[in-house]
Design a protein around this ligand. Sequence first.
Ligand code: NAD
Length: 279
Amino acid sequence: MGTSDNEGRRTTSYPLLKGQKALVTGANSGIGRATAIGLGRVGADVVVNYVAGREAAEEVVREIEGFGVRAYAHEADVSQEDQVTGMISRMVDEFGTIDVLVANAGLQRDAAATEMTLAQWQKVLDVNLTGQFLCAREAAKEFMRRGVVPEVSCAAGKIICMSSVHQIIPWAGHVNYAASKGGVLMMMQTLAQELAPHRIRVNAVAPGAIRTPINRSAWESAEAEADLLRLIPYNRVGDPEDIATAVAALASDLFDYVVGATLYVDGGMTLFPGFETGG
Ligand code: NAD
């Protein structure tokens, strides 16, 4: 349990996910990295998936182990069915089961629609949408096999899809990415509807602009950042930790009655700030 100072403020982290086994895909960079570390901080054992960059994944593992929980790195391409089934079955062998899946891995291959190659379209759909589906399908099978273990969690399992504000905001120059995230919204809601009777909670986190390598050009220079801030009423670019804390909360039993929801973590980007003074 957490401890408090004299005024009752929490001074150590409450182990929200104590004893739970979590898999975070794309966990050696950006949001996935912060989320894997964040879940370890609140007591989960964590599998750190990566597709390239073993050293960075091992660093995340060491950081998580510093919280006194278990972790290991697993190389797998989430768009490849055999690699996803292999990743989940190794997790069941090593950790006994899976309680939380964070389907985070994603990428962009930007181009004007008329210039976009089929390969660019397909790659983004394969990783961002098919990859999430494969991971969710395999995790759900294990959740259903095991069922609820009340000492661990009220739910048989939790799936958190990493979506984006672009699941509802169209994005010129990124039609593959916006289509993939729009697909994530409907996949998430449909899985939530289908799996809820099995006590499996499926939800999404939809980040706005978060400072990570995926969007470096949008915040790297002062001019780019100023431009970006015009879209964010809260007037700051998000940090990966803003997403990590939202994921930990959503995965925990504090959110047990939240099913099929998208938690926008975007500093108000989806409030359509262009209408602040007009309309
Ligand atoms: P990032 O580039 O830092 O991280 C993406 C991770 O996914 C990397 O570790 C990458 O190696 C991994 N990955 C890519 N293809 C993979 C594959 N085939 N198999 C396994 N892993 C793979 O970017 P990020 O910003 O941390 O993005 C994480 C997620 O957050 C993505 O789904 C992205 O769409 C979403 N997102 C990010 C932002 C943002 O502003 N940064 C906003 C909205 C949504």
